[in-house]
Design a protein around this ligand. Structure first.
Ligand code: NAP
Ligand code: MG
Length: 452
């Protein structure tokens, strides 16, 4: 009998659909078919590959609302987020459609001949996606990988497979050849593991928890398989007393409670210069209490539910250990709801200060000066993102350079733009995604010397 999984709407806890789960044999068949599709895909003239990716982007664009609606229902994302996420897949496809015709090598001066380099595609790339941003994270993997001439097998998270499955159908509708992009919806322990162990998969592109990421890296070591890891975070929002405190307080909730805090870039620590600490908290409170936490089927919702009962239980455990300073609202009834919550912390050993909660919880702590702010921000195993609020440009740059994280923003909370590289320091990851160089990460650089 085929194993199945019931997809749940996290806002209501109601079942959405029951889907078959791919078996080990299904994963093997998908990998082998992707391997068979690789020679023709890599040999396709670059302009034709580019045109197919642009057509894929256009088909995604034509189905934007349909994809967004699936994510509202399957992941509890707000409409605004879900439309942005589907649009981000389109944008990544269009951006990387520029790559096949620009996959330049170099000509390097050497004695006795001519030396040239080539960027050769790897073959089959396995992309493993978490449940928190199912569409963008899928696109950040498959768009540059396909552009560089690889074929892709992609495993969505068991909890959120619907948009990935639909994107796979849209790829075929756009005219991508069969088995160039294959969605294999199944368990991490079955399909995900198989991407790691199957010798025909040349690279694993993983986004998820640091715990599973370490396992994947160890597994890939067996075959010296290439791996990109985008893992957890515990990022700081550093607010200096010279900042526009109103703007900093008004924007801070969105920097952590977006997607109900289930965001690897969530600014789940707020560090506030002591002289502005009370003022900041007094302005943060109405901003948090005013957040519209509603069923995401309501267009005006700004924050939806957590993804699952398990995630809600895990976040609730952290909250049980501390006193909540103040919190916003959340709907009652079924569904996996928690209100956005603010805790103040003095002791940096507190679990809620150190661990990635991955829920709508933010911890606030005062700091004394610039050096103290940087030391406190860096006192973590993670290093994904962070924000700095100050009106002193020099300080903004100094602190951005000093914080050990891959993605910093000054007087804003942005982390992800498809034009710019994204990834983590320390245990937040390995390698970079997005930006102009992403296709290179899906190639081998080959050097050829031709004697005169
Ligand atoms: P997770 O448990 O690590 O799962 C991520 C993906 O890996 C899922 O598709 C999962 O499949 C699969 N997986 C699980 N065990 C596996 C194994 N042994 N071998 C291969 N694949 C396996 O993470 P999650 O709970 O879904 O997501 C939350 C975490 O992801 C957070 O820690 C967050 O910070 C991190 N995250 C990081 C980024 C980033 O860019 N840095 C972005 C988003 C999320 P199943 O779920 O189907 O079992
Ligand atoms: Mg998990």
């Amino acid at each position: 009998m085929t194993a199945t999984h019931v997809v749940i709407n996290p806002a209501t806890a109601a079942p959405v659909v029951e889907l078959p789960l791919a078996s080990l044999a299904d994963a093997d068949a998908a990998i082998e078919a992707a391997h068979a599709a690789f020679p023709a895909w890599r040999a396709m003239p670059p302009g034709e590959r580019a045109a197919l990716l642009r057509r894929f982007a256009a088909v995604v664009d034509a189905h934007l609302d349909e994809l967004a609606e699936l994510e509202v229902r399957n992941a509890g994302h707000t409409w605004g987020n879900a439309r942005w996420e589907a649009g981000n897949v389109r944008d990544c496809l269009n951006y990387y459609a520029g790559a096949p015709e620009r996959l330049f090598g170099r000509q390097i001066p050497v004695p006795g001949g001519v030396d040239v380099t080539f960027h050769e595609p790897l073959g089959v790339v396995g992309v493993i996606v978490p449940w928190n941003f199912p569409m963008p994270i899928a696109g950040w993997g498959f768009a540059p990988a396909l552009a560089a001439g690889n074929t892709v097998v992609l495993k969505p998270a068991e909890l959120t497979p619907l948009t990935a499955i639909r994107l796979g159908e849209l790829a075929l509708e756009a005219g991508l050849p069969e088995h160039v992009l294959t969605i294999v919806a199944g368990k991490g322990s079955v399909v995900g593991e198989r991407f790691v162990t199957h010798p025909l998969v040349q690279k694993v592109c993983f986004t998820g928890s640091t715990e599973v990421g370490k396992r994947i890296m160890a597994g890939c070591a067996e075959q010296v398989k290439k791996v990109t890891l985008e893992l957890g975070g515990k990022s700081s929002n550093i607010v200096f007393a010279d900042a526009d405190i109103d703007a900093a307080a008004a924007s801070a909730p969105y920097a952590v409670f977006d997607n109900a805090g289930q965001d690897c870039c969530a600014r789940s620590r707020i560090l506030v210069e002591r002289s502005a600490y009370d003022e900041f908290l007094s302005k943060l409170q109405p901003a948090v209490e005013g957040l519209r936490v509603l069923d995401p089927s309501d267009e005006s919702s700004e924050m939806g539910p957590l993804i699952s009962a398990g995630q809600k239980a895990s976040v609730s455990e952290y909250l049980d250990e501390v006193d909540v300073a103040f919190a916003g609202s959340a709907p009652g009834g079924p569904g996996f709801w928690l209100p956005p919550s603010v805790v103040t912390v003095d002791d940096p050993a507190t679990r809620i200060w150190r661990e990635e909660v991955f829920g709508p919880v933010v911890a606030v702590m005062p700091f004394d000066d610039e050096a103290d702010a940087v030391a406190k921000a860096n006192d973590t195993e993670y290093g994904l993102s962070g924000s700095i609020f100050t009106t002193d440009l020099g300080r903004g740059l100094r602190v951005a350079r000093a914080v050990e994280a891959g993605n910093l923003s000054v007087n804003s909370h942005s982390s992800v733009r498809y034009w710019t590289p994204f990834g983590g320091y320390k245990q937040s990851g390995l390698g970079r995604e997005l930006g102009p160089d992403a296709p290179m990460a899906f190639t081998e650089e080959k050097n050829v010397f031709i004697a005169h």
